[in-house]
Design a binder for this molecule. Structure first.
Ligand code: ATP
Ligand code: TZP
Ligand code: MG
Ligand code: MG
Length: 262
């Protein structure tokens, strides 16, 4: 049994999140439910200090400004220097030239360990035709090939999420079938997943593909369990049940319910 949940709950890794204003509270509560220790911090005066003592750094451009991107680069470089894994979510890349170019700037200046996005966002970063409307995105082609292409292009682990999730470093490929469509009815699940991936990376630095795969599997199973508890009620109850499942799921539950392929 892979005991990453136990490790997170025992060590409570500090996860420095530079994320968007829509999902800040949901992300902090989701990470606390998991067992990590979130801190949201943005000021240029402190981001480098925090990033270098964190277990992982999350850069999410959801409500970006150019000043915020400067500070993300500052934090990312400090994390790199300290050996802290950097997880990036290029929210809405492809929707505007600004989002695409700022995402590329971070990827150019910071050594990103794990890039997590929907297919449209990832496609737009490697100049593959994509359909991105605001923060929702898709692409028609093969998602495994897309993820591999992005992983090789940026020399990092890539997580492409959707109905099926693909995790790859360009050579090892995992597909995760766990998850539920209601996860798309609650804003910020993709963004929270970035924080969850960061938490798993904090305790699983030596094998980031595996850490990302385990994070995505755990998250998908929590979505399935939450749906079973609230399908007669609706998505308000689902959101609450989802947080409860992030809190209660064990490594043993994940092993029993995983639907993954390597
Ligand atoms: P988007 O803005 O396009 O919804 P996102 O950034 O919110 O993207 P998602 O791709 O929605 O990210 O991924 C968030 C979580 O939802 C992941 O755990 C993913 O597996 C799950 N998920 C997304 N779509 C589905 C689906 N159709 N069926 C099952 N699970 C899904
Ligand atoms: N607008 C800017 S960021 C954001 C919205 C709606 C949240 C996107 O969250 P997610 O996880 O990508 O659905
Ligand atoms: Mg979504
Ligand atoms: Mg998103």
């Amino acid at each position: 049994m892979i005991n990453m949940l136990e490790q997170i709950r025992e060590t409570n890794p500090l996860v420095h999140c530079m994320t968007n204003v829509v999902v800040t509270n949901f992300t902090a509560n989701g990470l606390l439910a998991l067992g990590a220790s979130p801190v949201m911090a943005y000021a240029k005066e402190e981001v480098a200090d925090l990033a270098s003592i964190a277990g992982a750094l999350l850069l999410n451009i959801g409500t970006l400004s150019s000043e915020q991107i400067d500070n993300m680069v500052l934090a990312g470089k400090a994390a790199n220097k300290a050996g802290v894994p950097v997880i990036m979510d290029p929210v809405g890349a492809g929707a505007t030239t600004f989002r695409t170019s700022m995402s590329k700037r971070i990827l150019d200046e910071v050594d990103v360990a794990i890039l997590r996005g929907n297919a449209g966002e990832i496609a737009s970063l490697v100049d593959v035709e994509a359909n991105v409307k605001g923060v929702d995105g898709s692409m028609e082609g093969d998602k495994i090939e897309l993820a591999k292409q992005a992983a090789l292009h940026f020399s990092c682990t890539v997580v492409v999420t959707g109905e099926v999730d693909v995790i790859t470093d360009g050579s090892i490929v995992h597909t995760v079938y766990n998850g539920h469509p209601w996860l798309t009815k609650v804003v910020g699940t993709g963004c929270l997943l970035g924080g969850v991936v960061a938490s798993f990376a904090a305790v699983g630095r030596e094998d980031l593909v595996n850490a990302a795969k385990e994070a995505v599997t755990y998250f998908g199973i929590a979505g399935e369990k939450a749906y079973e508890k609230t399908k007669e009620k609706g998505i308000g109850s689902f959101q609450e049940a989802f947080l409860n499942c992030l809190f209660t799921l064990t490594d043993q539950d994940v092993d029993e319910l995983r639907r993954t392929e390597a």
